[in-house]
Write a protein that binds this ligand. Sequence first.
Ligand SMILES: [Zn+2]
Length: 343
Amino acid sequence: MENKLLEQVADIHRRAFTVDAHFDLTYEVANRRERGWEKVIETNYLEQFKGGSIDLIVSAIFINDFFLPEMGLRKALDQISYLLEEKDESPGQFRICHTTAEAYAARTAGETALFLSLEGADPLQNDIRLLRIFYELGVRGLGLVWSRRNYAGDGAFFAKTREGRKGGLTPFGVELIEKAESLGMFVDVSHLNDEGFWDVIDIASKPIIASHSNCRALAGTMRNLSDEQIRAIAQNGGVIGMNSINQFIREDESDVTVSHFIDHVDHIVRIGGVEHVGLGFDLCDSFINFLQIERPLETYDVIKSHAGLGEFTACLITRGYTEDEIIGILGGNFMRVFGEIID
Ligand SMILES: [Zn+2]
């Protein structure tokens, strides 16, 4: 990267409050700590967060299929507990935040801010009261489903899957949206199937987010959003986090560049407007390779780590986005929505 561009990137990163709206940090921390690791965030991640000037990470609580249904709640609570242990081990390094004001204060203090979010309501099974408990434990985001069925609705599969007729949200799914909105939790539609997506659009009275989803017009997986869905999120005032996983960027996963990734930003901007785009990189190489040590190394992430954010920002600059637009994409847009919902 030439010097002038590097300086421009550094300047924008200094001015921006940068948000990654989806990272399975809590899940990875739990998996590593279960195997005896300590200070996982401090050793593996803080340098990368700092290298990419990441101010806020939405840290997802994700439960593997094989723990469901019985162990879902226990595993979710364990993940929060492990994160609290990490906090004790690394004082002054990161904070679990409950409001946008707390997130801004964390940055002022030189700490990385974390918001907790459920990636799928599976740990609740069908008990609406547990949502309040997770709220009290600091969880501020609710992804209704992962790519499978639960009591709230049906997930969108990654690839074509032999399945029965699909449904929209269940009455429990509807109740979850109402309860999340009344508590002050943001609702996340990434991983939801199309039927459920349109139910959320009808039911939600506040902006929604798709924390980590790209454009179906550019990569035909059902995990990505159709143009109509992008338009609906924009009209609802929500934000879409751009997912850096190769298969969600291009159907030919073998040759995916940052430029292909920015094509998704351009597409959403054309259809919905620049104030509805954010980051939800969904970086996963690290934990997938950690958990699958018996298999050869796999790579999915087009942005290789948070420290690689500069490449993304530089590409936005060369595509002609203004500094203010880029600052919105890097985090301003998500902070607008979070401020409306959780504060
Ligand atoms: Zn996901």
